[in-house]
Design a protein around this ligand. Structure first.
Ligand SMILES: [Cu+2]
Length: 117
């Protein structure tokens, strides 16, 4: 009987772990014409969905003191910008193709995604 309970708890734990990480991954925030992104130990939100062929303003606001996050790089859009602390930096992009585009900090340590729909 004890073994059955342990097995059930074990399986429940595995299911919960999978569910937790899958849910986390799929958290996509849809932007219409602008999106505020907080830079603090990473990017929040980190996965953004934006429309194709339209200008979208990404408003980065850095709260993190570490120099790691002081630069934002959108390689696919050939954008590299300095983010001053506690100041909003607006980056406008107009993607012409659907797909997934990555953005990262200047050292490529923290990542985010832009999904063009
Ligand atoms: Cu970095």
């Amino acid at each position: 009987m004890d073994k059955v309970i342990v097995t059930i708890i074990g399986i429940a734990g595995i299911i919960f772990t999978y569910w937790f990480f899958l849910m986390k991954k799929d958290e996509v925030v849809e932007a219409t014409d602008s999106m505020d992104i907080i830079v603090d130990g990473g990017y929040s939100p980190s996965t953004i969905s934006i429309p194709k062929g339209k200008r979208t303003n990404l408003n980065f606001f850095r709260k993190d003191h570490s120099s790691c996050l002081e630069e934002i790089v959108l390689g696919d859009f050939k954008i590299r910008k300095y983010l001053p602390l506690n100041q909003e930096v607006s980056i406008a992009i107009t993607p012409e193709k659907t797909g997934t585009y990555d953005f990262a900090c200047g050292m490529n340590m923290f990542h985010g995604k832009i999904i063009v729909r």
